[in-house]
Design a protein around this ligand. Structure first.
Ligand SMILES: NC(=O)c1ccc[n+]([C@@H]2O[C@H](COP(=O)([O-])OP(=O)(O)OC[C@H]3O[C@@H](n4cnc5c(N)ncnc54)[C@H](O)[C@@H]3O)[C@@H](O)[C@H]2O)c1
Length: 343
């Protein structure tokens, strides 16, 4: 008898990481989907905020079902669950940019906290088999030395990180209170194709393409752990398939780099002068360093990152040069947001 294919519902599927996950899922399982006559094609829910874009999914067009909906709209989410009856929920949808959360935390609390609660309640009502919550390393706060493990305390600093931590606590409370079958994943800083160019790597590329300098916060000494998006979604898939219910998994690359060094690597990859950056006023409350101990996923599930920082930046630059029209289409919004100079 042929194994039944799980019906997977993905929130934030038109976003940077969510869309990479959808592409991986469809490409990996295309044959199975063919056999299932598309009955179990992934179901995407996305509000298509400024950060959502279906162009990210053009290569898998027709191989997923799409609902343009806000996860905060409980009636609409219930109707979708009633119709689709998903087995697994992959929850990527979020307001994701720290700078925007510093300007206004409201949409962060709405989507990241309230939206997650609605999704949890509806998923519980429809008895999903698995709920995978995509969190972030930022919930732990900053760590000048050492690494965060899954049982480190959460101590978020930005409104974004606080809203994600709120969501994590809700998920954990549902696991404990209702024996709800959830798993939390905490990835480090992602970069790669299709990232909205408000985040450091694509913003830097966009500025250079526009003949400008790259804005670097403070003195550029803040350290991030850079995870190539394809490595991230392979990790997410491994956890979806083999992760233990009720657990938390860190998902980091070990590729730590100061922002200034990342920018210099990018300048080298782009083949432009090493002086094409400028220091700008630091971000408020800027966390000095994030660093994850990700041994658990490697030891338990066999996942390892495959793409180092230098090759990952090269892949990202090559992709960006081929997708300049898409990147530049976001310029008006980026300039509007950063109208007082890059924060
Ligand atoms: N980008 C990173 O470096 C990073 C690192 C760790 C964790 N994460 C987490 O991974 C997830 C995905 O991040 P991303 O970088 O792809 O974000 P993104 O901003 O690129 O995409 C978010 C997606 O969610 C959708 N969305 C936002 N609000 C919604 C709502 N109310 N209802 C339905 N859809 C809504 C947007 O339209 C967009 O398509 C987020 O939960 C984020 O917190 C991101």
């Amino acid at each position: 008898m042929r194994k039944r294919i799980s019906k997977i519902l993905i929130t934030g599927g038109a976003g940077f990481i969510g869309s990479a996950f959808v592409r991986l899922l469809v490409n990996k399982w295309e044959r199975s989907y063919f056999f299932a006559k598309n009955r179990n094609a992934p179901i995407l829910i996305d509000k298509l905020t400024y950060a959502g874009d279906l162009k990210r999914l053009e290569e898998v067009k027709g191989k997923f079902k799409f609902y343009k909906t806000d996860i905060c709209n409980k009636t609409s989410i219930q109707e979708i669950f009633e119709k689709e009856r998903p087995d697994i929920v992959m929850h990527f949808a979020a307001e994701s940019h720290v700078d925007r959360s510093i300007n206004d935390a409201t949409p962060f609390i709405d989507t990241n906290v309230k939206g997650t609660q609605i999704l949890l309640d509806v998923s519980r009502k429809y008895q999903v088999n698995k709920f995978i919550h995509i969190s972030t390393d930022e919930v732990y706060g900053e760590i000048p030395n050492g690494k965060f493990s899954e049982d480190s305390l959460i101590k978020p600093n930005s409104p974004y990180a606080a809203s994600k931590a709120g969501a994590d606590l809700l998920v954990q409370s549902y696991i404990k209170t209702y024996k709800f079958p959830a798993i939390i994943i905490r990835p480090s800083n992602n970069y790669g194709p299709w990232q909205y160019p408000e985040k450091l790597v694509p913003l830097a590329i966009l500025r250079i393409l526009g003949g400008e300098k790259i804005p670097v916060y403070g003195k550029g000494v803040n350290v991030r752990e850079w995870l190539y998006v394809d490595d991230c979604v392979r990790g997410v898939l491994a956890i979806m398939q083999k992760g233990k219910i009720g657990e938390i998994y860190n998902l980091g690359s070990t590729c730590e780099s100061k922002n200034i060094d990342t920018v210099k690597l990018l300048l080298k990859t782009l083949g432009v002068g090493q002086d094409r950056f400028e220091f700008v006023k630091d971000r408020l409350g800027h966390d000095i360093r994030y660093s994850l101990n990700s041994r658990k996923i490697t030891n338990e599930l066999g996942w390892k990152p495959m793409i180092g920082l230098m090759p990952g930046l090269k892949l990202t630059v090559d992709w960006s040069l081929k997708h300049q029209i898409w990147l530049k289409s976001k310029l008006k919004d980026i300039n509007q947001f950063y109208k007082y100079g890059t924060k």
